[in-house]
Design a protein around this ligand. Structure first.
Ligand code: BG6
Ligand code: MG
Length: 212
């Protein structure tokens, strides 16, 4: 077996939360009269909540205190969490679930490595609350992707050496984090075009071919 553990990014890999992030950030941006669109939203993938807000503030005409930044990121998260209540096990595709089950059957440990502080909530909404062998997320790190911390911790949580782990990512920052942590990585979605990954996946179930 080439990999002992597989570490999955959550947003954009296991499920799709882009539209909820967009709706919640859009509300904040509109209130501050900042231009914000889906292309800018795509730049926030893999980036922590506060760093995401800093990217949005690139178009802000003024300065903002740390206190105000905390106020607006908290406001965004409250809207986002309300929207996440719309998620259910129906948002977990059959392809993703069947592939995860097959990988586990092959003997791989399965972990989450996500920048999100809402990862536990999202996993519960999807019906995956107890599924993974470990969850490393925004609550146990101080440095967000492209720093490798979240993946290094995930490897530690499952008791494996980074070189024996494969990271699955949809964001450039995530691929960079995996590489910085000494792990091989598989790109899916927009991350494929970065050309950084060990494997480029057309679809999630391709993972079964590369993990063997
Ligand atoms: C990542 C998302 O998974 O989590 C980012 O790709 C998001 O867009 C980050 O900013 C932090 O999420 P949260 O849920 O802690 O605000
Ligand atoms: Mg992602």
């Amino acid at each position: 077996m080439r990999y002992r553990a597989i570490i999955f990014d959550l947003d954009g890999v296991i499920c799709h939360t882009d539209k909820y992030h967009y709706m919640a950030w859009k509300q904040v941006a509109d209130e501050l009269h900042i231009y914000f669109d889906e292309t800018i939203n795509n730049r926030l993938r893999g980036v922590s909540r506060m760093e995401s807000f800093e990217i949005i503030l690139e178009r802000y005409d003024g300065t903002m205190s740390q206190e105000e930044k905390i106020k607006y990121t908290t406001q965004k998260n409250e809207v986002y969490k309300e929207l996440l209540k719309n998620m259910s096990p129906a948002d977990l595709s059959d392809e993703v679930k069947e592939t995860l089950d097959a990988l586990r059957e092959q003997g791989h440990k399965l972990a989450i490595g996500s920048s999100s502080k809402n990862a536990g909530f999202i996993l519960n909404q999807l019906g995956l609350g107890d599924y993974f062998d470990a969850v490393s997320d925004g609550n146990n790190i101080t440095n967000s992707k492209p720093d490798p911390e979240v993946f290094v911790k995930a490897a530690q949580f499952v008791g494996e050496n980074p070189k024996d782990c494969l990271v699955v990512e949809d964001a450039k920052a995530g691929l960079e984090a995996a590489i910085a942590g000494g792990m091989e990585c598989a790109a899916i979605g927009d991350a494929v075009s970065c050309g950084l990954a060990t494997w480029n996946l057309n679809t999630f179930s391709d993972l079964k071919k590369v993990t063997g």
